[in-house]
Ligand binder design. Structure first.
Ligand SMILES: N[C@@H](CCC(=O)N[C@@H](CS)C(=O)NCC(=O)O)C(=O)O
Length: 221
């Protein structure tokens, strides 16, 4: 079986990238240069007409959307326990996962790519400023989840096994530093993502993507 992951360094594709690395399977990490607009080329649109990463291709079958890719990897590699198997725990994990993907993540898109929402430069600046405030609040909510999790003695966000929520928490927190929300703003969240970054498979992916955890020094706002 041949798996290929189309990813962009530092993008949300980090989540399935980490899961594939954790699985130990032989996969082909295939970078897509978003900053050079490679996602809009005709060749890439044949892979994903929505011009986004991540894309997982498995024996020429294409799967898009982080949540769908994760559910697929969870079934292909059941021994990894990427998601909990008991009904309620699984539903809780998916609830947090969906919130990260449909709320926190798109809020950062308003910070990073305000031109997606208006072509007016002044309005873009206003969208970015407003979204940074919202993003900070969402990271506070994420930190509260981490704190509650720590207090209940759980190692990772979905329980005893490392999974997509932990990798996503790292990505979202790292994006925060790009928006000028530095490590000092959410210390418990920062301590948690440092623990995530120290996992060998995560460290290997960070190395492959050439990622620095704290981007505050070159923040865009
Ligand atoms: N809901 C999608 C979001 C994917 C997404 O937003 N991908 C971004 C990178 S984080 C992307 O490819 N952006 C390229 C662009 O918008 O031009 C998923 O879960 O996969």
């Amino acid at each position: 079986m041949t798996m290929k992951l189309f990813y962009a360094p530092g993008a949300c594709s980090f989540v399935p990238h980490v899961l594939l690395e954790m699985s130990g399977t032989n996969f082909e990490p295939t970078p897509v240069k978003l900053h050079k607009g490679e996602q809009y080329t005709e060749d890439y649109k044949l892979i994903n007409p929505r011009s986004q990463v991540p894309v997982l291709s498995h024996d020429a079958n294409v799967i898009t959307q982080i949540v769908a890719i994760t559910l697929y990897l969870d079934m292909v590699f059941p021994g990894q326990h990427f998601l909990p198997s008991t009904h309620l725990e699984r539903a809780r994990a998916l609830s947090t996962f969906a919130w990260m993907n449909n709320t926190v993540h798109p809020t950062f898109t308003h910070v990073f790519m305000p031109a997606k929402f208006t072509d007016q430069p002044e309005a873009q600046a206003a969208i970015r400023t407003h979204a940074i405030g919202q993003y900070k609040t969402l990271l506070s909510e994420l930190q509260a989840l981490v704190v509650a999790n720590n207090e209940s003695g759980r190692t990772w966000l979905a329980g005893e096994h490392f999974g997509p929520l932990d990798a996503y928490a790292l990505t979202l927190t790292r994006w925060g530093t790009i928006a000028g929300i530095g490590p000092q703003v959410h210390p418990q969240l920062w301590a948690f993502v440092q623990k995530v970054a120290a996992q060998p498979a995560v460290a290997r992916v960070m190395e492959r993507e050439r990622l620095q955890l704290d981007m505050s020094a070159s923040a865009i706002a």
